[in-house]
Design a protein around this ligand. Structure first.
Ligand SMILES: Nc1nc2c(c(=O)[nH]1)N[C@H]1C(S)=C(S)[C@@H](COP(=O)(O)O)O[C@H]1N2
Ligand SMILES: [Mo]
Length: 384
């Protein structure tokens, strides 16, 4: 995407669209709002027709994507908060960049960041634990953590600046190996990003989401976007970035977000997502008998989706779904398939294959914390 244009929208125009006027002065009028949810600290409304409440988190209900358009609206984008959404005043907010990997530590204002060339990318953010609840059914062993179905994912249009451009303002050294953004939430959630990914042109610090200022629940004023990587790599509410010449550690890359368990003796650190699929109906669903069209979406972190197959009979016969045109790496493709069922009980299975041949498997090995469940899901449907 062209640099310096915010994807066809100038910085000034972006800020107008975002309803924040021309720059920081207008941001200064920002006043902390009352919590919309006093118990768990999610600011935006999360009504039950769009969300499941899971502790401090909100899972999108997949039926909310039906006929909704390509992007996930902010009103239905999932929220994964280790604690609560902090209120941040953008006029006093600073981004500190420091560590052995930079020559000149700096404290940047939001205007300093808005002055850098803008980049807009459409990408998904998905929690590493999305689909975790299915470990309880397929290997028959529940994994610890939030029992997500498949709704801990959303695709948005993100506007921001290259992380590489931000690091340059502090004099990035060629010897830097790790870049660790830290959130301003109470646990200071942080996780190092290896330098190659940090400097990738698609790795951004974003301040806009779907043409609006980044909402508080999604990281206002700025969050990291690491396309294709697990959700935790996309740190929200960034207040500090440590750049280091030696490897960095936090609990989010040591005791969490690795594969632990007998199938993984080396406990590898997790970075990449995997292809997955979801139907735009409740799970489980009750549907009427007769001719109908089922819709859904399949996604891949670094490839396009080659085809999506659907089985209505527990996996013996597979039919190809019809794919829509928009289909690029790090996003999803919308698809549809015709079905004409009689009353009864069904398990609908959807299997996506990436262009390069990687296909959703029938099962995945168990890991203790239940990350990256990307096996085919048996979606229970009762037809009446
Ligand atoms: N500071 C901070 N950043 C964070 C988190 C958090 O709790 N605190 N949660 C992470 C996780 S686990 C995920 S899946 C994504 C969720 O992003 P979202 O809430 O905008 O959907 O944010 C990541 N960034
Ligand atoms: Mo996550």
């Amino acid at each position: 995407m062209a640099r310096g244009t915010g994807g066809g929208v100038s910085r000034r125009r972006f800020l107008q669209l975002a309803g924040v006027g021309a720059g920081l002065a207008a941001f200064g009028g920002f006043a902390p709002r009352a919590w919309a949810d006093h118990t768990t600290g999610v600011v935006k409304p999360t009504p039950p027709q769009l969300f499941f409440t899971r502790g401090t988190n909100r899972e999108m209900k997949w039926e909310a994507m039906k006929n909704h358009g390509y992007l996930t609206g902010i009103d239905r984008f999932f929220v994964r908060n280790h604690t609560t959404t902090p209120h941040i005043n953008p006029s006093t907010w600073r981004l500190r960049i420091e560590g052995t990997g930079v020559t000149t530590p700096v404290d940047l204002t939001l205007d300093d960041i808005l002055d850098l060339p803008a980049v807009t990318l459409t990408k998904f953010i998905e929690c590493a634990g999305n689909g975790r609840s299915f470990f309880a059914t397929v290997p028959g062993r529940p994994a610890s953590g939030t029992q997500w179905l498949l709704g801990a994912i959303g695709v948005a249009q993100w506007t921001g600046v290259r992380l590489a451009d931000v690091l340059d303002l502090a004099g990035l050294k060629s010897t830097a190996v790790d870049v660790m953004p830290t959130g301003l939430d109470t646990q200071a959630v942080r996780r190092p990003i290896p330098i190659e990914k940090a400097l990738d042109g698609d790795t951004l610090l974003v301040y806009g989401m779907n043409g609006q200022a980044l909402p508080e629940d999604h990281g206002f004023p700025v969050r990291v976007l690491t396309p294709g990587w697990i959700g935790i790599a996309n740190i929200k509410w960034v207040g500090k970035i440590e750049v280091s010449e030696t490897p960095l550690f936090s609990k989010w890359n040591t005791t969490l977000y690795r594969f632990f368990g007998e199938a993984y003796p080396d406990s590898p650190v997790l970075y990449d997502q995997q292809p997955k699929s979801a139907l735009e109906i409740p799970l489980p669903a009750t549907l009427p008998a007769g001719k109908q069209e089922l819709t859904g979406r399949s996604w891949s972190p670094f490839d396009r989706i080659k085809h999506v197959e659907v089985s209505f009979d527990g996996g013996s016969q597979w039919k190809k779904a019809k794919l829509e045109k928009t289909n690029s790496a790090g996003t999803w493709v919308e698809w549809s398939i015709k079905w004409d069922p009689s009353p009864g009980s069904y398990g609908i299975r959807v299997r996506a294959e990436e262009k390069a041949g990687n296909s959703q498997p029938d099962s995945v090995p168990f890991n203790d914390q239940g990350y990256l469940y990307w096996a085919v899901v048996d979606h229970p449907v009762t037809v009446v």
